[in-house]
Design a protein around this ligand. Structure first.
Ligand code: SF4
Length: 216
């Protein structure tokens, strides 16, 4: 079991080296650094955002700008420490806005398709129990294209043995003040969901989470 874990960690580190050199889509031309993600390589909880912003691109680390500072606060509300979870994005390189390269734009379908396998491989190697989907892009890529974050935030979904919890992206709350409270409340619900998942793991009843979650 330990050897299996060590092999997965080694494979993950190789994957991250591959991401740092990746040229699968044109975003390699404008990036300063690719941002594979960071945190525990065997984390039970994973957070997936959309893509790196300016500071993330400069530092090669996810969620280190203003949205990242708010995410740290939110993690605290859910009783989580940044070093105990794994944080990454759907897109590993910053997508610059062509009209204002200082800003970022939404990822294109082609960019998401080119980068998607990295995220899927990260999930397969880390084997998280809970994946928090930060914003519509992560929601649509990992759960369901037809879902909207405003309708399903903080509701748990079970797919292939993993519990997915959609949440608003912290950056959205920086633009819309009213979402800050929504997100803070959702982090309390996330804590309850995590507790149920961990409980289900220890007593193998799965009752609490199965009653609440929607299976996909
Ligand atoms: S965004 Fe993804 S696919 Fe595109 S160059 Fe970066 S790592 Fe490669």
């Amino acid at each position: 079991m330990k050897d299996e874990r060590n092999e997965a960690i080694e494979a993950l580190m190789q994957l991250h080296s591959q991401i740092l050199e990746c040229r699968r889509c044109p975003l390699w031309k404008t990036r300063t650094n690719a941002v594979p993600g960071e945190g525990r390589l065997d984390a039970k909880i994973m957070f997936v955002g959309e893509g790196p912003g300016n500071q993330e691109d400069r530092q090669g680390r996810p969620f280190v700008g203003p949205a990242g500072r708010f995410l740290n606060e939110l993690l605290g509300i859910a009783g989580l420490r940044r070093e105990d979870v794994f944080i990454t994005n759907v897109l590993k390189c910053r997508p610059p806005d062509p009209l204002n390269p200082e800003k970022v734009r939404k990822p294109t379908t082609d960019e998401v398709e080119a980068c998607r396998d990295y995220l899927i491989a990260q999930i397969a190697l880390i084997k998280p129990k809970v994946i928090c989907l930060l914003g519509d892009t992560a929601l649509k890529v990992l759960l369901d294209r037809s879902m909207s974050i405003s309708k399903v935030h903080a509701h748990p979904f079970v797919k292939s043995g993993i519990v997915y919890v959609p949440l608003y992206h912290p950056a959205a709350a920086l633009h819309k003040e009213s979402l800050k409270d929504v997100l803070k409340q959702d982090m309390l619900k996330l804590r309850e969901i995590i507790d149920m998942v961990m409980q289900a793991e220890t007593d193998a009843t799965h009752v609490g989470i199965e009653k609440q979650a929607t299976s996909i």
